[in-house]
Design a protein around this ligand. Structure first.
Ligand SMILES: Nc1ncnc2c1ncn2[C@@H]1O[C@H](COP(=O)(O)OP(=O)(O)OP(=O)(O)O)[C@@H](O)[C@H]1O
Ligand SMILES: [Mg+2]
Length: 251
């Protein structure tokens, strides 16, 4: 057994279901993530992966089931509440504000204020710029113009900003929905190495991907979803691409 298997889960979902009217997007699904563990979530298009993470992160209210954070039952009315409890989710459709700088994106919705002339509340831009610089260098991600709007950056750099925001706010659990899907090969590698860093820092990561090579490069375990149901769970060291594909397609 590795250390990760012996420690208590950071996050656990038990018998989670999410139905949209007659559509059973997720049924009776259970999984756990421990500190320093990367758990991959795989499944065909429409298998329920995004639904699951939205039900965990406060975007959707689960139809049934339980979410436990360090063993305590929790429920999140909004994504903001999940974030305040240390769960940062990087959605498939990234959710950065394109026209704002890295610093402004890091503080989006949590802007630091200072008092001008001792009383007038204004945005603390210096603090935002310093946080942007510190965060990006901590991730070993170098951008030449930190103050530029993030629309000027590449897909990989934008992923790094989203991951940087999570790290800045010290999220203990990061959920990433297809973080490498839209990236070129060098940028995919960079994001994979960021995930290795998060793991080394003892954070828990849920990593959704269609790319089995990425999954096998970075994950400790893989959980497969098929039509909203848990189709299997394997340690990465004890499975292979063929078996995972069979779990995904069934039969
Ligand atoms: N808001 C919604 N209302 C109704 N049905 C939905 C809603 N969101 C998802 N579904 C349905 O739930 C199922 C699971 O969708 P989901 O987006 O979770 O799949 P996914 O595994 O993330 O797929 P992909 O790999 O394509 O991103 C699909 O059948 C989808 O059509
Ligand atoms: Mg999805």
């Amino acid at each position: 057994m590795t250390n990760a298997e012996q420690t208590a889960p950071l996050l656990e979902v038990r018998n989670l279901s999410k139905h949209f009217g007659a559509v059973r997007a997720l049924s009776d699904f259970s999984m756990a993530v421990r500190p320093g563990e990367v758990v991959a979530l795989a499944g065909d298009n429409g298998a329920g992966k995004t639904t699951l993470i939205k039900a965990i992160s406060g975007v959707y209210q689960p139809t049934a089931g339980e979410i436990l954070l360090r063993g305590q039952p929790v429920s999140f009315a909004t994504p903001q509440e999940a974030r305040e409890k240390g769960i940062e989710t990087i959605y498939q459709d990234l959710a950065l504000a394109d026209n704002l700088s890295i610093g402004a994106n890091i503080f989006l919705g949590r802007e630091p204020m200072r008092r001008a002339f001792g009383f007038l509340p204004v945005l603390d831009r210096k603090r935002m710029a310093a946080a942007a610089k510190e965060t990006m260098s901590r991730l070993d991600f170098h951008v030449s113009r930190l103050e530029a709007p993030v629309s000027n950056f590449s897909g990989g750099q934008r992923q790094a900003v989203a991951i940087g925001r999570a790290v800045y706010w010290d999220a203990q659990i990061l959920i990433m929905d297809e973080p490498t899907a839209a990236l070129g090969v060098p940028e995919q590698r960079k994001v994979i190495s960021l995930i290795h860093q998060l793991k080394a820092q003892g954070r828990g990561v849920i990593f959704i991907s269609h790319n089995l090579q990425d999954i096998f490069a970075v994950s400790d375990r893989i959980v497969v979803l098929r039509r909203g149901v848990q189709a299997g769970e394997r340690k990465i060291a004890e499975t292979n691409h063929d078996e995972v594909v069979k779990l995904m397609v069934g039969g």
